[in-house]
Ligand binder design. Structure first.
Ligand code: NDP
Length: 292
């Protein structure tokens, strides 16, 4: 087995993210070859000590470990399909954003080509790479993850979810789902107070500590869901959580109620099914079973 610190790494794709990943490798002393479809994006990295390859094939052949950070699933195939013979026997870590199904498809493609495959989902923006708060999720080959963990840890906290290559992407998208719905909730609140002359900045100053404190509720919801008993004492009931007042106040402010309507529908489905006295976490059932 090759040790990670002696491996020659090739990075395919020098967009904002690929460049940040490659730069961290070069700074850590890894021999790094870089390639980008359009010319002119390797210059900074070459100045830092990377080698630029003229073609993706040259880059793949230069190293034992290939990092793909391209645009999407289609671009990964476009670049790598013609190179399957060169990739055979090498290791591919693909951190391009793909869906779980696309990650599994790429893992199967890699297996057929004789390529060890690890899929990654990046939970960071490029300036965060190598800094506190950067997190990258992985699934696929456990052997690849453990062999290259010191290298992966250069980019951020590395978490491995299992051999199913789609799991990292699934977690990635689930976390993003939580983020976008929370952002929509914040923006709904900002729109609610705007007609009263409150700026979004003033509202953000109030919302940030409030929503941060409310994330403390996740573990309690999780305990109820995992315990499978929504009647546990001490929870806020669904009937208590009815959002009628919130919807009326939003309408009075003349704003859209779409964001809150969505949550109210999930609550109402459970109340209408006779679960009004059970805890708020029960809307998990409305979401998990589209028709329950
Ligand atoms: P950019 O748009 O900055 O770069 C895209 C890269 O993909 C470029 O190198 C581009 O090459 C290349 N590319 C696109 N299509 C093709 C193709 N058909 N063949 C070859 N190369 C191609 O994106 P990022 O670097 O920001 O993102 C890269 C990946 O990282 C994406 O999957 C993204 O979702 C993911 N990611 C990015 C984050 C971010 O905040 N930026 C956060 C988390 C994940 P060219 O220069 O020739 O166009």
């Amino acid at each position: 087995m090759t040790t990670s610190n002696s491996v020659h790494v090739s990075v395919l794709g020098l967009g904002a993210m690929g460049s940040a990943l490659a730069s961290a490798l070069v700074k850590a002393g890894y021999a790094t070859t870089v390639w980008n479809r359009s010319p002119g994006k390797a210059e900074d990295l070459v100045a830092q000590g990377a080698e630029a390859a003229a073609t993706a094939g040259d880059a793949v052949r230069a190293g034992g470990l290939v990092i793909a950070c391209l645009l999407d699933h289609a671009s990964v195939h476009e670049v790598l399909d013609p190179l399957s013979d060169d990739l055979a026997g090498r290791t591919l870590i693909n951190v391009t954003t793909t869906s779980p199904a696309q990650s599994r498809e790429l893992a199967a493609w890699a297996a057929r080509a004789g390529v060890a495959y690890l899929d990654g989902g990046i939970m960071a923006v490029p300036p965060m790479i190598g800094r506190p708060g950067s997190s990258i999720l992985y699934s696929g080959s456990a052997e690849v993850f453990h062999q290259y963990k010191p290298l992966l840890d250069l980019w951020g906290t590395s978490t491995y979810f299992g051999e199913d290559a789609g799991l990292a992407s699934l977690y990635d998208l689930a976390l993003l789902a939580g983020m976008y719905v929370m952002y929509a909730g914040f923006l709904h609140g900002a729109a609610m107070v705007a007609p009263a002359g409150v700026t979004a900045g003033e509202f953000a100053a109030m919302a940030t500590p409030w929503l941060t404190a409310m994330t403390g509720g996740f573990e309690g919801f999780a305990a109820v869901i995992d315990g499978g008993d929504y009647t546990v004492e001490g929870q806020q009931s669904l009937e208590f959580s009815d959002l009628g007042d919130l919807l009326a106040a939003s309408s009075d402010q003349g704003i859209s109620t779409e964001v809150v309507d969505m949550v109210q529908r999930l609550i109402r489905r459970q109340i209408d099914a006779g679960h009004g006295e059970e805890g708020f976490a029960r809307i998990f059932e409305s979401i998990r079973h589209a028709n329950s």
